[in-house]
Ligand binder design. Sequence first.
Ligand code: NAD
Ligand code: LMR
Length: 337
Amino acid sequence: MASEPTTVTITGAGGQIGYALLFRIAAGDMLGEGRPVRLRLLEIPQGLRSAEGAALELQDCAFPLLHGVELSDDPRVAFEGADICLLVGARPRGPGMERADLLAANAGIFGPQGAAIGEVAADDVRVVVVGNPANTNALIAAASASPGVPAHRFTALTRLDHNRAVGQLAEALDARPGDIAGVAIWGNHSATQFPDAAHATVRGEPVIDALATRLGGVEAARAWLDDVFIPRVARRGAEIIEVRGSSSVASAANAAIEHVRDEQRGTGGRTTSAAVVSRGEYGVPEGLVCSFPVVSDGEGYRVVEGLDLDERGRARFEASVAELEAEREAVEALGVL
Ligand code: NAD
Ligand code: LMR
């Protein structure tokens, strides 16, 4: 007998990432073949027409797992009974907008959405924030959902950064992405993030050794990691914007699907990266939504503890955490938290 459909709410569903997400979720890429889904699309009134067009196309795909699509511009309707929420819709930075303005505009979105999730979503709802600034938007949504939903059910997307790091290493080592393990993204989903290959392996061999063999020594390998790999991954979002003329879409949607899939179905012991609510791991102030290496056994992400960070890695991570703290302070100054 078919199981009850899982209700998945997607905000900003009429936008670019929404369009790349909906069809893959309906096809079963996120929750698997055995789990039917009911999609709820939340948009602002100006975005509803585009979401409606996507809903028509979903119908035309006749996906066997899709048990209905509903549209709304009211968060309380869209999040009613939601099991999984992907918060994609966000206010982009406009001309002349300062970072504080961006945080304020997004607080006006993620505060009310978090509050609605706290009031009407399923008891065991899980939420991933994609819309930028993703970590701090997740912090705001989690705070606003309290006490209805525990904060640790909110995460933010750094799987795209993780996948970018894997892609860069695979290319440099002439390997396949599946050969690379143990990569970690630490900190904020921003240019301050620390993409870390110190514990990464390629077909079981430490990446640093494999790089040293190809580049002519450990010093050359370290220099490549510092001067090429880290900035390339950390600024990949900007590179995509420059080359495509708009921000990443298909790779972002793919990462969001993998984030939810692994959280729900488990990572099978493999490490990935996700921004989760800090419980003080690695000295990160409690409550910040910070990217760490994580695993999941299907019951939510758990930080992999006990990894060594060398002095330079620690300094990079701390700089990114300082940025997250500054964002939290800016939001507190707005009276949002
Ligand atoms: P987009 O502009 O194409 O779509 C955004 C959609 O959100 C629009 O349709 C808009 O109407 C809708 N929206 C705005 N406010 C809303 C609200 N209050 N409720 C519901 N919907 C709302 O943008 P996109 O390319 O789809 O990107 C969406 C977000 O994802 C951006 O903030 C972008 O920076 C971010 N992003 C994050 C990552 C990541 O890795 N975390 C990667 C890529 C993009
Ligand atoms: C990305 O990483 O592609 C997005 O967050 C867009 C950006 O501004 O970097």
